[in-house]
Every structure is written in structure tokens, then in C-alpha cells.
Design a protein around this ligand. Structure first.
Ligand SMILES: [Zn+2]
Length: 367
């Protein structure tokens, strides 16, 4: 075989050239015919660039037939060497030129296609990120806070896990009271209770600030209720406390009535019904005239014209004493109401569990 190669090196070069021309065929008019290039999208142009690179390696690389022919130059008779060398170089130059020109045309086309792809139409409207909004409970809580701040109340933030002292004893709830039973309250393994009412904040506030004090405390409370349309084991309350010299039931009624007028409108009426809570004496539940029908009766007020809202009363002397306030000198009132229930009333929800399921389709209606 070696003999043959030496005998006919020119044929070898010609065979290499022929093989190249065959493979190059599909690129042949890329450089001359812009219509053919323009028919290629960016992805296929890039694929053609890679195919051309491989073609270059196959026909001009170190392992190409042409490179093998070059090695023969030294073994050819001196008289033939010059013309054979020229023949090899000429073929190499022509192949190189074809590949180069095609490569340049492809490169220009790819750059154009990339620019077109990256071009931004600045006249098109942008896509605005959707803004979030606060939860309906937060909306109502903030409205309540605004009203009481304008009445001179401070806003207190209480702890959600309490000792028995703050959750029960300090609130005048004795050891054998049913509220302390484990079927009504969540206890941790260390014997702490998840607070079952925001009234616990009253004690902390009086201990820290002393008297006089005026504060509201909105926050979560926990009870072992089975979830249903009107109950949830976790819900929101707001607690109010006012302790000063000479505070009477009249102050309580005036404050609650003013709050409800600002919340539901000037025409809102308030009424108090005697009730019982361990931490207040006397105690009263309060209702307000239905904001929907104005008192004539509708579905929301169950045709009574009134909506029950919360509990209240004069702070029990034992509670004042337990928090280090002298009941001989000071008196006060306290009230509490459920925020979730208010939200459900105001937005006409028939199931308060909707408020905690975090279904965006539900929540985005309150934007
Ligand atoms: Zn009504």
C-alpha cells in the first residue's frame, strides 16, 4: 500500500478534494445566496455553524486526508516534488477559502438573528408584578386600632403562650372553673396554656404600666373547638382596658358606643345585656343595631335587628389587686370582641374557616 501511495500521491489529493466537495455541497451557496441563509432561523444557523466547524476539522485537520498527503512530499522524487507541493497547497487554499467565506456569511447571519431576538419593543406595555394586599382580618384590625388610638388608647402586643397565672388565676378564674379543663384549653407538655382570651394582656399591661392605663390588645387566641362555619380553634380577639380614678359603667358604655359608631356609622345604636364573666363585675354583653338593615331585621341579624358582638364589664377588684393596682383607689372597665366574627359580618362570609384556608382565589377578593 505504501508503494501505491508514493506512486500516485496526486490521486490521493484529488480523492480528498472530491470528498470535500461532496460534503461541502449543502453549504455551497451560503456565501453567495442570501435568500438561502435568510430562510434559516437562529437555531438552525447555529447548527450549520457547528456542522461547518466539523467539516473543517475533517478536511483540514491533522488527521485529514490532505494532511496525510502533505507528509508524502518528502518522499517524492525531487523532480516532481515542486509541482506536487504546489498542487497540495492549492487544494488546501481553495478548501480553506470556501470554508472561511461560508463561515463568515453564517457568522454575520447568526449575529443579525441574535440582535433581532434580543430587540425590545419599548412601546409595548410592560408586565406589572401583581401587588399583594393585607388579609381581611388585618384590614378590620387596623381600622379598630385607628379608632382606639384616636380615643387615646395604646396598642399592646401580648404573648400567645401563657402560664396558668396569667391565663386563669390573675383573671379571677379559680382552680375548679370549667374553662381550665383540658377539653377547653390547649396545654403544652410543660404545662403552659395557649391563651384562651386576650384578657391576659390586661394583667401584663397593669403590671408594667401601673394605673392609670388605657390600652387595646388585638391578637390570636386558642380554644379546643372543632372547626365549623362559626368556630375555629384559633381566632382573633381585641381586648380593651381602661383603668383610672372614678371610671364607671357610663365610661364603658360611652366608649363602646363611640367605637361602634365610628366602625359602622353615626346611626349605630348599642345595647348592653347583663351577663357573667369571672374577670368583670358587673358584666355585660353588648350588641349593636344591624349595619345592614338598620334594625328592621334581615338575614345578617337573623331578623332581630341586633348583632351580638362582645363581652364587657367593670374590672373585678380581684383582677386589679392581682395585677398590683389598688381597687380602693382605681376602677376600670374592660371589653373584648372577636375580629373574625366582625370580618364575617362585614363581608357577608357564611364560613369563617375561609379566612384561614389561604385560598388565593378567596383572599384576592379583598384587594
Ligand atoms: Zn339586619
Amino acid at each position: 500500500m505504501a508503494e501505491d501511495q508514493i506512486q500516485d500521491p496526486k490521486l490521493q489529493v484529488e480523492a480528498a478534494r472530491k470528498a470535500f466537495e461532496q460534503e461541502f455541497g449543502r453549504f455551497a451557496d451560503f456565501a453567495e445566496n442570501s435568500a438561502r441563509l435568510n430562510a434559516l432561523d437562529l437555531k438552525s444557523s447555529e447548527a450549520e455553524q457547528r456542522a461547518l466547524d466539523e467539516l473543517r476539522t475533517r478536511h483540514l485537520g491533522k488527521k485529514s486526508a490532505l494532511a496525510a498527503s502533505k507528509k508524502l512530499i518528502g518522499r517524492i522524487a525531487a523532480s516532481e516534488r515542486g509541482s506536487f507541493g504546489q498542487f497540495v497547497q492549492q487544494n488546501e487554499a481553495e478548501i480553506t477559502d470556501k470554508i472561511e467565506r461560508t463561515g463568515l456569511a453564517l457568522k454575520a447571519h447568526v449575529e443579525l438573528a441574535r440582535t433581532a431576538r434580543e430587540a425590545i419593543d419599548v412601546t409595548l406595555p410592560g408586565t406589572r408584578p401583581r401587588r399583594g394586599h393585607v388579609h381581611p382580618i388585618t384590614v378590620v384590625r387596623e381600622r379598630i386600632e385607628d379608632i382606639f388610638v384616636s380615643l387615646g388608647y395604646a396598642i399592646e402586643d401580648g404573648r400567645e403562650i401563657e402560664t396558668d397565672f396569667y391565663n386563669f388565676d390573675a383573671l379571677n378564674i379559680p382552680e375548679n372553673h370549667p374553662a381550665r379543663a383540658s377539653q377547653d384549653t390547649f396545654y403544652t407538655t410543660d404545662g403552659f396554656a395557649l391563651r384562651s382570651q386576650t384578657s391576659t394582656v390586661q394583667i401584663h399591661a397593669m403590671q408594667r404600666r401601673g394605673a392609670p392605663v388605657r390600652m387595646i390588645a388585638p391578637g390570636r387566641v386558642f380554644r379546643r373547638d372543632t372547626p365549623d362555619p362559626t368556630h375555629n380553634p384559633m381566632f382573633f380577639q381585641v381586648e380593651g382596658l381602661c383603668v383610672d380614678r372614678g371610671i364607671s359603667m357610663a365610661h364603658l358604655k360611652g366608649t363602646v358606643a363611640e367605637f361602634l359608631r365610628r366602625m359602622f356609622g353615626e346611626q349605630t345604636l348599642t345595647r348592653f345585656r347583663p351577663s357573667y364573666f369571672p374577670f368583670t363585675e358587673p358584666s355585660a354583653e353588648f350588641d349593636f343595631s344591624c349595619f345592614k338593615c338598620g334594625g328592621t331585621g334581615c338575614r345578617i341579624c337573623k331578623n332581630s335587628g341586633w348583632i351580638e358582638l362582645g363581652g364587657s364589664g367593670m374590672v373585678h377588684p380581684n383582677v386589679l389587686r392581682g395585677a398590683g393596682v389598688d381597687p380602693e383607689e382605681f376602677s376600670g372597665f374592660a371589653f373584648g370582641l372577636g375580629i373574625d366574627r366582625m370580618v364575617a359580618l362585614m363581608y357577608g362570609l357564611d364560613d369563617i374557616r375561609l379566612l384561614f384556608e389561604n385560598d388565593v382565589r378567596f383572599l384576592k377578593q379583598f384587594d
